[in-house]
Design a protein around this ligand. Structure first.
Ligand code: MG
Length: 396
């Protein structure tokens, strides 16, 4: 069985935890309202005013004048993400993070030690609450697609189990828009054919589905039956580390896309550092509104775990390597491959002549501070990204 654990309004909830006086008030984590700042995350109070991620902060303020705006503190979120992951690892080594606040866990075979998948899910949710004072929504299901769907069904503070017995009863009434890979265009196309729910699609034969939609028809048809055979890929076995996000609205603005590349890079680099890894090849993935998807890669001259170095390459790929066509982007991803263990040169305590050199730890700490300081500055600029609520997405 697979668990999908997804933190509720993660950045905003962390800020509420750090500043209890903000609890119960509408709050967003985002950029400057006077510049082009946009909302990274909105708490549920703010959402009542129609404020959502990906919205310009200036507009959010018009809709909700008493809104509190907090600047993102990415290093804090990375740190808490590590603590959440440490809870996961108490139960299973098979953890596949999707982003700082979301992961798949394969708990198959852990039942004899820790009880059923459902009780493991409940314990994880409980531990996140009691130890970290944060709330996660959890989905428990036989595969990744269903687990991710499940964690979203009763969000926030959700806990949903989809078992083979309840599968069709749960899935059939759901809108096809919840399927990975069904965007607005496909949804409209399906609806024109009278298919608006999983159940409508499931009742076709696979041949009909193929006939109507080609090879992707069969993929959607399998999803309507709740079938998905992708495995959970544990991070320590991963050959690459990446983060991607699908925007609620397609983005045309290069500046906003660049700010997104920075956020995705920070997540990737944070994971590299927390796992003592470095990557040499930087990958950028772009999916256009028509689902045309391209990836571009470029290698650094040395393996790195630095946000800045990876960002230089990733942002250059975005600026210079895309085809000549209008920007109209639905999904953006940043990753690194060519992964290797981090072996800091600073660990050397004496130089060639046997003279003590600056203690390794100090230097490493300084470097981290320097790095975070730089990014804090960058984050304080008016350039902000949109943080949209990720749509379920077809994975390659
Ligand atoms: Mg989340």
């Amino acid at each position: 069985m697979i668990l999908h654990v997804d933190m509720d309004a993660f950045y905003a909830s962390v800020e509420e935890r750090e500043r209890p006086e903000l609890v119960g008030r509408p709050l967003v984590v985002g950029g400057s309202p006077t510049g082009r700042g946009v909302v990274s995350a909105a708490n549920y109070e703010a959402r009542k005013f129609g404020v959502h991620s990906a919205m310009p902060v200036a507009r959010a303020l018009r809709q909700c004048p008493e809104l509190t705006i907090v600047r993102p503190r990415m290093e804090l979120y990375v740190d808490i993400s590590k603590q959440i992951r440490a809870i996961f690892y108490q139960f299973t080594p098979d953890v596949e993070p999707l982003s700082l606040d979301e992961a798949f866990l394969d708990v198959t075979g852990c039942e004899s030690l820790f009880g059923s998948a459902e009780s493991i899910g409940r314990r994880i949710k409980q531990q996140i609450r009691s130890q970290l004072h944060l709330v996660a929504s959890v989905g428990v299901a036989p595969n990744k697609f269903l687990a991710k769907l499940a964690s979203d069904l009763e969000k926030p503070d959700g806990f949903t189990v989809i078992s083979p017995d309840t599968l069709h009863a749960t899935l059939d009434p759901l809108s096809v828009s919840r399927m990975w890979g069904v965007g607005r265009v496909t949804q409209r196309k399906l609806e024109r054919l009278g298919i608006s729910t999983f159940g409508d699609l499931r009742r076709l034969s696979s041949a009909q589905a193929r006939q109507l939609f080609g090879p992707t028809g069969e993929h959607f048809w399998n999803l309507s039956h709740g079938r998905d055979d992708r495995r959970v890929v544990a991070e320590r076995r991963a050959k690459s580390i990446s983060h991607e996000t699908t925007f609620a609205q397609d983005i045309q603005d290069l500046e906003i896309l660049l700010a997104w590349v920075l956020e995705l890079t920070e997540q990737v680099a944070g994971r590299l550092r927390s796992r003592q890894l470095m990557g040499k090849t930087v990958n950028l993935k772009v999916r256009y509104s028509d689902f045309h998807t391209i990836t571009r890669s470029s290698s650094l001259d040395h393996a790195s775990q630095s946000t800045d170095e990876i960002w230089q390459v990733a942002s250059k790929l975005l600026r210079t390597s895309l085809p000549e066509r209008p920007l109209d982007i639905r999904l953006l991803g940043v990753g690194v491959s060519n992964i290797q263990r981090h072996r800091p040169r600073q660990l050397q305590l004496f130089d060639e002549a046997g003279q003590p050199i600056r203690p390794a730890l100090d230097k490493a700490t300084d470097e981290v501070r320097k790095q975070f300081g730089r990014h804090a500055l960058r984050r304080g600029s008016t350039l902000r990204h949109t943080r949209s609520r990720p749509r379920p997405e077809l994975e390659e």
